[in-house]
Design a protein around this ligand. Structure first.
Ligand SMILES: Nc1nc2c(c(=O)[nH]1)N[C@H]1C(S)=C(S)[C@@H](COP(=O)(O)OP(=O)(O)OC[C@H]3O[C@@H](n4cnc5c(=O)[nH]c(N)nc54)[C@H](O)[C@@H]3O)O[C@H]1N2
Ligand SMILES: Nc1nc2c(c(=O)[nH]1)N[C@H]1C(S)=C(S)[C@@H](COP(=O)(O)OP(=O)(O)OC[C@H]3O[C@@H](n4cnc5c(=O)[nH]c(N)nc54)[C@H](O)[C@@H]3O)O[C@H]1N2
Ligand SMILES: [Mo]
Length: 769
């Protein structure tokens, strides 16, 4: 392992070099160069990397370094088939790293677990479907099955999947969104009546200021850097709030700018950078509003106004109670929780006040805390006070994770189905879908662990590694009567099989999807509610993988029978048929098949942007929430006299969630190691440690389970004192499954109270190295 401070800008030659290295690693160089040129283009495929949107400008390449990693990772020539599984037992595979498992190549044929031999063995597609049908149909209650979705599934696959599971009889739809932007959906639905962002990509060209909360675009949405640098260049203020100093939020060299590349130039991506404490964003916004309120009241004595009083009167309710609460919130608490100074907050308030149009963006740094819903409501309050929602160049922009996580929700992956969805399903298909709420991720895992749920089906993803409490979740899976994973690559979830278990290999975004009616396209929705088509480029003739819709249709036909409630085979034969159904069930999809032919796809619209507030009262809600009493569980402090740190778990530059592409985190200067913990220099010294020391990290939580990770290496980093950071999934063992967000049930992956002690396993590791 080495630490080498990264002094360059984000992007630039480093990004190109890394893109080239990952191209070579894929064993498919020539094909993948042509793949990359088709990324996010008309008639190409949607990048499986992230959900950032595109301006429709022909003639530019539209992939980034990390999109290239995702494409190369999927479009590899390596295969994992019967030979591989014959060679390695499941127990042996479970001892290997996440990197090792996925690196082996694409899953090539359907496999069934044999508990006697502890090996996966080949099975035919029909036998696999029959096995699933047998398990499902022998359950006492359809609610004993869990239908997980990860956000790469296309609209077509997701719609078919929810139709099948609802016809089968359950709303158990745990999905990756439950661990991701759930708090966003909850907070926005409650306040503005729609759980999605209100801005489009064009708004970024008009904003006077962009406030970024808790996200790392340099790694996780690299195409956003171009948008931010362009905003900066034309004079917009770009203000970052991030717990860490992240290079992508400082400077960017655009690989598409010959001038910047050749002159070694770069453009700042932000004009201001503030580093709040973990979970401190609600206090930050409360502080901004407190300052702006005082100024507003001053202005009122002169007969002027800071807030948009007309907008507030016409469109909102709740302002008075909220402003009372703001006045009553002591500065002491605001400064303590935010970790910023009053000067910092005044400076940020100046920018907010001075800008006519402000966009507020956020991601996991905001959504993965206990009080995330309240934090997002506070962001909404700020925008409502200034009447920003619905104006061009202003509004709310939750930056989504998986490339189609937003679309999956739109087409019905929802454990709490809206009434309209259920009504439409009944109207179109003539059966009464279940109404009672189903399981989200945490409920589903708890039910599997208790043995109340018995069958797990995963449409993509890697729940064992993505969820908290890794050991307990693995146990929950192994307890199940049947686990089924529809997947492209081997992962941790597959090597923790249920008593019966299937791996069903599927086609990915980059592959040509050939069906009876010819090559098929699928559709996805980006963070800006743009729906567009995606068709793969890699020829899969002769391979045994099937498409996600074909697999779902196969399972449905075996379980429910053909024509119940639709002709499943015809859906798999031609996805136009699925889109026709989506058009009839989901609002906003009229002329679906025609509209995806147009360049760039089509905009689904956003009711809040049109000032149509779909809340019970018909008005946007200004919410009144107290600041949290504590960022971490209250009883924690009482449990120990030792210094308690707050830990966030996040992504390195070389990973896609649980998929680890490599061991480096270039922009943070870390090479060759993932078991590390980032700490403030002063904390390192005060605890009597040195950078490079190995430590054990233990969770403070009030059940009887000991959660500890061993031998993590300390890296000195620019992070507030009292806060530390580590990578997920390595640190997931520290997160209690029961530690979840209020109203969202999202695991609190960004605020875990931990103790850090010298390692007990150091000598062992030292000899191993
Ligand atoms: N290459 C790549 N792209 C991805 C992914 C990937 O793994 N790799 N994952 C995709 C998915 S599913 C998602 S959801 C997104 C995730 O995108 P991000 O939300 O950017 O993901 P994280 O790595 O979790 O980064 C969280 C960021 O928030 C900061 N942060 C953490 N806690 C706080 C806090 O309390 N306050 C503030 N102000 N900042 C905080 C961290 O320092 C870090 O910079 O990216 C998507 N795109
Ligand atoms: N501690 C901690 N935990 C976290 C987070 C965190 O920040 N900290 N972030 C959370 C977030 S934001 C998310 S979204 C979740 C992610 O949770 P998941 O979505 O469950 O996990 P991924 O790692 O994205 O899933 C990777 C697997 O998906 C499969 N796959 C890839 N492409 C396809 C495809 O096209 N079709 C199918 N069927 N399968 C495919 C591959 O087999 C691969 O192994 O993790 C969450 N977990
Ligand atoms: Mo995510």
């Amino acid at each position: 392992m080495s630490i080498k401070q990264y002094t360059g800008s984000a992007g630039g030659w480093g990004a190109l070099k890394s893109t080239a290295q990952h191209l070579f690693k894929s064993n498919n160089v020539a094909k993948n160069i042509s793949n990359l040129l088709k990324t996010n283009q008309d008639h190409g495929f949607d990048c499986p990397g992230c959900a950032w949107g595109e301006k429709h400008e022909p003639g530019r390449f539209r992939f980034c370094e990390n999109g290239a990693k995702a494409v190369n990772w999927e479009a590899t020539s390596r295969r994992v088939g019967a030979d591989f599984f014959q060679q390695y037992s499941v127990s042996w595979l479970n001892k290997q790293s996440d990197y090792f498992l996925e690196y082996q190549g694409r899953l090539a044929e359907p496999m069934r677990y044999n508990a006697q031999t502890d090996h996966y063995e080949p099975v035919s597609w029909d036998e696999a479907f029959e096995l699933i049908a047998r398990h499902l149909n022998s359950l006492d209650d359809p609610n004993q099955a869990e239908f997980y979705t990860s956000g790469r599934a296309s609209n077509e696959a997701a719609f078919l999947y929810q139709l099948f599971a609802r016809r089968f009889g359950t709303n158990n739809f745990p999905d990756c969104s439950n661990m991701c932007h759930e708090a966003t959906g909850v907070a926005l639905s409650r306040t503005i009546g729609i759980g999605k962002g209100t801005v489009t990509i064009d708004d970024f060209e008009k904003a006077d200021a962009i406030f970024l909360f808790g996200q790392n675009p340099g790694t996780n949405h690299p195409r956003m850097l171009e948008t931010l640098a362009a905003a900066y260049k034309r004079g917009a203020r770009v203000v970052a709030f991030n717990n860490l100093k992240e290079r992508g939020l400082e400077r960017f060299t655009n690989p598409q700018s010959p001038f910047e590349m050749l002159s070694n130039g770069s453009t700042p991506t932000t004009s201001h950078y503030f580093m709040p404490k973990l979970g401190g964003d609600m206090a930050v916004v409360r502080g901004l509003v407190k300052i702006l309120l005082a100024r507003h009241e001053q202005a009122q004595t002169r007969g002027e106004s800071l807030f948009d009083l007309d907008f507030i009167a016409q469109h909102t309710e709740g302002m008075d109670a909220y402003l009372e609460m703001v006045k009553a919130t002591p500065w002491e608490t605001i400064l303590e929780q935010s970790g910023l100074t009053q000067n910092d907050l005044e400076a940020a308030a100046d920018i907010y006040q001075g800008a006519k149009r402000v966009i507020v963006t956020w991601a996991m740094g905001v959504t993965q805390h206990k009080h995330s819903v309240a934090t997002i409501q506070e962001l909404v309050n700020l925008q409502l006070l200034f009447g920003h929602l619905g104006e061009n160049g202003a509004g709310l922009c939750p930056v989504r994770g998986h490339s189609n996580v937003q679309g999956d929700r739109t087409v019905g992956i929802n454990e709490k189905p809206p009434a309209l969805l259920l009504e439409n399903i009944e109207k179109v298909f003539g059966f009464v879908p279940p109404k009672e709420h189903g399981h989200n991720v945490v409920n589903a895992l708890q039910a599997l662990h208790r043995g109340d749920s018995k069958v797990f089906i995963g449409l993509g993803g890697n729940l064992v590694a993505a969820a908290p409490d890794t050991d307990r979740v693995a146990e929950a899976m192994r307890n199940s009567n049947l686990t089924v994973n529809i997947a492209t690559k081997l992962n941790r979830s597959h090597v923790n099989p249920g008593k019966d278990s299937l791996i069903l290999p599927c086609l990915g975004r980059t592959d040509i999807d050939m069906q009876a009616a010819g090559p098929q396209k699928v559709t996805v929705e980006d963070s800006f509610s743009m729906v567009h088509a995606s068709s793969g480029r890699v020829d899969m003739a002769g391979e045994q993988m099937r498409s996600e819709p074909a697999i779902i249709a196969g399972i449905a036909k075996a379980t429910l029978g053909e024509n119940n409630p639709v002709n499943w085979q015809s859906m798999a034969d031609n996805y136009d048929n699925i889109r026709d159904l989506i058009e009839r069930v989901i609002p906003g999809f009229q002329d679906f098949n025609q509209r995806i032919e147009g360049p760039g796809g089509f905009y689904l619209g956003n009711s809040a942007r049109d000032h149509n507030w779909k809340t019970p009262s018909g008005k946007a809600q200004i919410s009144t929430n107290a600041l949290p009493q504590s960022i971490v569980p209250l009883n924690t402090a009482a449990m120990t006299k030792k210094p308690v740190f707050v830990l966030q778990t996040m992504r390195s530059h070389d990973q896609y969630n649980t998929t680890v592409y490599g061991m480096n985190d270039r922009y943070r200067g870390v090479y060759g190691e993932r078991n590390i913990i980032f700490m403030n220099e002063k904390d390192i010294e005060q605890q009597g440690f040195k950078a490079g020391d190995l430590v054990d990290v233990q969770t403070l939580w009030t059940d009887n389970t000991k959660r500890e990770i061993f031998g993590f290496k300390i890296v000195a980093y620019n992070i507030p004192q009292g806060n530390v950071a580590a990578y997920f999934p390595e640190a997931n063992a520290l997160i209690p499954l029961d530690s979840k967000g209020d109203f969202s049930d999202t695991p609190t992956s960004k605020s875990i109270a931990v103790l850090i002690t010298p390692t007990k396993v150091a000598p062992l590791l030292a000899t191993a190295q």
